[in-house]
Write a protein that binds this ligand. Structure first.
Ligand code: PLP
Length: 332
């Protein structure tokens, strides 16, 4: 796995070749409901229909394909809130590579099971991603495994960037792209690809107000730690890494704005996806919808909303779409 410098467009094109035949090219569909509501053409990138249910398969597959033979032999390991683990487990199994995923106890049960079913070994450690990271570091040091990080790696960012390529190919006139944001691998790759073809397009990140690591870090001018808190957007939890090497700078340079959503606004995104768009989207995947609906993004020009994942517990989903106020409670 090459680990050199900030990814650029040739890396995204190489990632696209690496991913050919291994991932789905997901549809971009018009949203009449949101177009009418906002007064601009709105389209949805249905990436929750990706194999394994989220875009994380793209970055993980690119990283696995780029492993040197000696690395592939020892296997890959990751800390994950779920979707990265699923993506990596699938990518590793496709390539015949061993995979261990470490995660904290905050991760929902459906995500843990999903990863096991994809053939990875799961280790549950501690209360935070930082605790899980300690176990990952041990496996790297003692078993010689290669860590594939969920966002802060050139191969991962370039892999996520293939989504940006698909968006500009199908909607070359796009002026606004709304992207869920946590560690920033997704938005860094997408912004790189979108702005290289369409420099005037706005790329806007959306995250939850509860523990907005990248937002707080950009405000502070350097990576800062945040307290992890339960959220409907559970895949957006966690810090950006105090030793962040790529995504902090790329977000600073390429992203136009970051908006924050309340838990109620995230719930509205999930509900809109279901009742108006007939899509089952997890909280993290629905924040772009929530941002538009709440009026946090000023509608301008052709707008693409990226629906990044669909791995939601179906009991929780049923409650939400039937109007229950399902805001995760803080531990005492
Ligand atoms: C990981 C994830 C995100 C955030 O991606 P980053 O690269 O960490 O910013 C958004 N949505 C879903 C569904 C995810 O799994």
């Amino acid at each position: 796995m090459a680990d050199t410098e900030t990814p650029r467009m040739p890396d995204v094109y190489r990632a696209r070749r690496n991913l050919t035949g291994k991932i789905r090219r997901t549809p971009l569909v018009d949203s009449p409901a949101l177009s009418e509501r906002t007064g601009v053409p709105v389209a949805l990138k249905l990436e929750h229909h990706q194999i394994t249910g989220s875009f994380k398969l793209r970055g993980a597959t690119n990283a696995v394909v780029n492993l040197a033979p000696a690395e592939a032999e020892k296997g890959v390991v990751a800390v994950s809130t779920g979707n990265h683990g699923r993506g990596l487990a699938h990518a590793a199994r496709q390539a015949g590579v061993r995979c261990v995923v470490c995660m904290s106890r905050l991760v929902p049960a459906n995500k843990v099971e999903g990863i096991r079913r994809l053939g990875a070994e799961v280790r549950i450690v501690g209360e935070s991603q930082d605790d899980a990271q300690v176990e990952v570091d041990r496996l790297v040091a003692e078993a010689g495994m290669t860590m594939v990080p969920p966002f802060d790696h050139p191969d991962v960012i370039a892999g996520q960037g293939t989504l940006g390529l698909e968006i500009v190919e199908e909607a070359p006139e796009v002026e606004t792209v709304i992207v869920p944001l946590s560690g920033g691998g997704l938005i860094a790759g997408v912004a790189l690809a979108v702005k290289s073809t369409n420099p005037r397009a706005r790329v806007i990140g959306v995250t939850m107000a509860r523990g907005a690591a990248m937002y707080e870090s950009q405000r502070a001018g350097k990576p800062v730690p945040v307290t992890e808190r339960p959220s409907l957007a559970d895949a957006l939890g966690g810090g950006i890494g105090l030793d962040n090497r790529y995504t902090f700078a790329m977000v600073r340079d390429l992203v136009d704005d970051i908006v924050l959503l309340s838990e109620q606004e995230i719930a509205e995104g999930i509900r809109h996806a279901y009742w108006q768009e007939r899509q089952i989207v997890e909280g993290s995947g629905a924040v772009g919808l929530g941002a538009l609906l709440a009026g946090h993004v000023e509608p301008r020009g052709t707008t693409v909303v990226l629906l990044s994942g669909g791995n939601i517990d179906m009991t929780q989903h049923a409650g939400l779409i039937n109007g229950e106020t399902v805001v995760p409670t803080e531990p005492a």
